[in-house]
Design a protein around this ligand. Structure first.
Ligand code: ADP
Length: 400
């Protein structure tokens, strides 16, 4: 039997005081006992922290039975439900609240977990202490540390994205200044000084080409945002993979020659694609210029186009700086550049590939990349033959 001790204790009367205090014993059950008032070991500490002599323990046991107020153990299902409640409470607290408010609520919940067994005990129910308290501590500590590390990771990611974005904006501002200065200077010279027709023609050509360069640069920046938001309208034209490759090859040849890089082309294929030709050219040209940028002099770039299982595969393989597996996971993220690319001294924004991926996705295709540090990379655009800018493009059109 679990004795339910009376918090007020059992009234005790010493034999020496029996004459004076006999009145309080009238009508009561009296337990007689001999106990050593000073001796250790013959006393019991009850749940209220009181030292109870043996005779009083019997009196408490009698009271429990006489009043019929027995202590009953809590039901397993109640214990389980409360433990689950504490675990869920801890999770929700740190999911919904952050910072000091979350921690304060966590501490309050721990206090409640400690108080629950006491409250149950006061109401005659023996509730285990260890289970709810340990669940509350573990769940609170787990949820708090998850939130702490999760929030920190998010913060770090957004900070690095912000700084990459700022870098790109600085770079763009810097790059735009060059054509702007050329345009400004040339137009000023033309308006202030008399000059030969030939010189005037030269300067107007320069103004024209520099303003086109400026417009292209701005367009690139805008394209990233519009493609990401699905606001870009895709045209629906039919063209072959070879047409795209030929145009891009011609454009990249002079840049590759300057770096003494040879660009070779595999056997032509007839894979027909449907979509936005200009964007496809932009994407493939981007892969080619990247290969030139990130390859040392004297290396080779190989372009291949294959028709394989109903897919058109357009690949650019280089013998450049390459990337490791960790870097490969990030290269399609906006503004991401590998350390190797930055160390190479090649200027870049890290947005080209994110646009390429968007374009390929909007055409229902996918990108495949194989790379090895120091050995080279192979970027492949894979489309269904007759791949259309259908589903994605239509969505984009509707939104646009
Ligand atoms: P960037 O303007 O920096 O070239 P991109 O978005 O085109 O931006 O490319 C993102 C990053 O991917 C590059 O900074 C570089 O680190 C890596 N990368 C892209 N192409 C290659 C390649 N052919 N070889 C090695 N690294 C590449």
């Amino acid at each position: 039997m679990l004795i339910r001790y009376l918090p007020s204790g059992i009234p005790m009367v010493s034999v020496s005081e029996l004459h004076q205090r006999a009145e309080i014993l009238r009508g009561k059950t009296v337990f007689l006992g001999v106990t050593a008032l000073s001796a250790a070991h013959d006393r019991l500490v009850n749940p209220y922290g009181q030292n109870v002599p043996g005779v009083a323990v019997h009196a408490h046991a009698f009271e429990t039975m006489a009043r019929g107020r027995f202590l009953t153990p809590a039901r397993d299902v109640t214990v389980l439900a409360l433990c689950a409640l504490f675990a869920a409470g801890a999770g929700l607290t740190f999911m919904l609240l952050s910072g000091w408010l979350g921690y304060a609520c966590g501490v309050i919940m721990l206090g409640v977990a400690h108080a629950v067994p006491i409250l149950f005990f006061r109401n005659g129910v023996l509730f285990p202490f260890f289970a709810p308290v340990s669940v509350a501590w573990l769940a609170t500590a787990g949820a708090a540390s998850f939130q702490y590390f999760f929030v920190r990771r998010q913060l770090r990611r957004s900070e690095s994205e912000k700084s990459r974005y700022q870098q790109a904006i600085h770079w763009a501002a810097h790059e735009m200044r060059t054509p702007l200065t050329a345009i400004q200077g040339s137009s000023e010279i033309m308006s202030r000084y008399a000059m030969s027709e030939e010189k005037r023609h030269q300067l107007s050509e320069m103004i024209n080409s520099e303003s086109k360069r400026l417009a292209r640069m701005i367009q690139t920046f805008l394209d990233v945002e519009r493609l990401t938001d699905g606001q870009m309208e895709l045209k629906r034209e039919s063209f072959t993979a070879s047409e795209i490759i030929d145009v891009c090859l011609k454009r990249v040849q002079p840049i590759a020659e300057r770096k003494k890089i040879s660009v070779s082309l595999g056997a032509p294929v007839d894979g027909t694609l449907t979509g936005d030709r200009e964007l496809m050219e932009y994407a493939f040209y981007n892969l080619l210029t990247n290969s030139v940028k990130y390859s040392p002099s004297g290396t080779e770039i190989r372009i291949t186009a294959e028709l394989h299982d109903g897919d058109v595969r357009m690949a650019v393989r280089d013998q450049g700086i390459g990337m490791d597996a960790k870097e490969l996971k990030n290269i399609f993220k906006k503004f991401y550049r590998t350390k190797r690319a930055e160390a190479s001294g090649e200027v870049g924004t890290g947005i080209g590939l994110s646009i390429v991926e968007q374009i390929v996705k909007h055409h229902g295709g996918r990108m495949e990349v194989i790379s090895e540090p120091g050995k080279g990379s192979c970027f492949t655009m894979v489309f269904k033959a007759h791949a259309s800018a259908s589903s994605n493009a239509e969505t984009a059109n509707r939104r646009g």
